[in-house]
Design a binder for this molecule. Structure first.
Ligand SMILES: NC(=O)c1ccc[n+]([C@@H]2O[C@H](COP(=O)([O-])OP(=O)(O)OC[C@H]3O[C@@H](n4cnc5c(N)ncnc54)[C@H](O)[C@@H]3O)[C@@H](O)[C@H]2O)c1
Length: 246
């Protein structure tokens, strides 16, 4: 059976850990060539060497526009084209009310989670303009609802949803589809600082009664990037165990 990804080239930011790593494994497993792009260049290189043929890596800081352009250049140099981009790199910070949030913490989250997606799109869209393509931005359930103590994160993810819709409109004529995923709480290193008790409480917020797995997000990403989703663009897809249905 063909997957639709044979001969295609994908780049995944934040591809060395968590949801990004699961996306890398899913696309590589489906036959795509994958560029693993991460701030942690060593971890990205380690994953690329584990996967072997069809995988390459590059260090990137998505908060830096030039670095994102170098990432796209690296995909073109390594594999000759770019068909799929998964803009996944993101961070969260300690919870704090707005009045106690420092401007530097605010800027750091916005700089990576929002500016990062903008920088990636700016470099990726021209590389796909002649061939068409598919871009999936990893937002969050916090792209649709608020959360006490997480103003910068929530704002960045709401903005990623708006950026996704605008990019979808701008790119439709070039047959580049742009969609966003809204994961609920997923068991990844991002959640590592939470205690077991806190994790139980977080799990209970999801009607399915558990945290999600990175692979469950990756399978939705793979679908949205695939020809099976050829009429879907500008969408925001929750993958959240029912969190947003409440
Ligand atoms: N884990 C969750 O519960 C959850 C829920 C909703 C959305 N998300 C989103 O999913 C994405 C991935 O999260 P995760 O849980 O897999 O996190 P993670 O911490 O496991 O992985 C994030 C990866 O991004 C990389 N990274 C961080 N800053 C970077 C930068 N400036 N440039 C390039 N790479 C950078 C890290 O090195 C790391 O490999 C994030 O955008 C996050 O906001 C996560």
């Amino acid at each position: 059976m063909t997957t639709g990804f044979e001969g295609k080239v994908a780049v995944v930011t934040g591809g060395a850990s968590g949801i990004g790593e699961a996306c890398v494994r899913a696309f590589h497993g489906a036959g795509a060539k994958v560029l693993i792009a991460d701030l942690n260049a060593d971890a990205a290189a380690g994953l690329a060497s584990e996967l072997g043929e069809g995988a390459a890596s590059v260090g990137v800081d998505v908060a830096d526009a030039d670095s994102c352009q170098r990432m796209v250049n690296a995909a073109l140099e390594a594999f000759g084209r770019l068909d799929v981009a998964i803009n996944n790199a993101g961070i969260s910070t300690e919870l704090a009310p707005i009045a106690q949030t420092s401007t530097s913490d605010w800027r750091k989250v916005i700089g990576i989670n929002l500016d990062g997606v903008f920088h990636c799109l700016k470099a990726q869209i021209p590389a796909m303009e002649n061939t068409g393509g598919s871009i999936v931005n990893i937002a969050s359930i916090m792209g649709a609802v608020g959360r006490t103590g997480a103003a910068a994160y929530v704002s960045s993810k709401h903005a990623v949803v708006g950026l996704t819709k605008t990019a979808a409109l701008e790119c439709a004529e070039a047959n580049i589809r742009v969609n966003a995923i809204g994961p609920g709480y997923i068991e990844t290193p991002l959640l590592q600082q939470a205690t077991l008790e806190a994790k139980d409480q977080i799990a209970a917020l999801h009607p399915l009664g558990r945290l999600g797995r990175a692979e469950e997000v990756a399978s939705a990403v793979l679908y949205l990037a695939s020809p099976a989703a050829s009429f879907i663009t500008g969408a925001y897809y929750p993958v959240d165990g029912g969190y947003l249905a409440q």
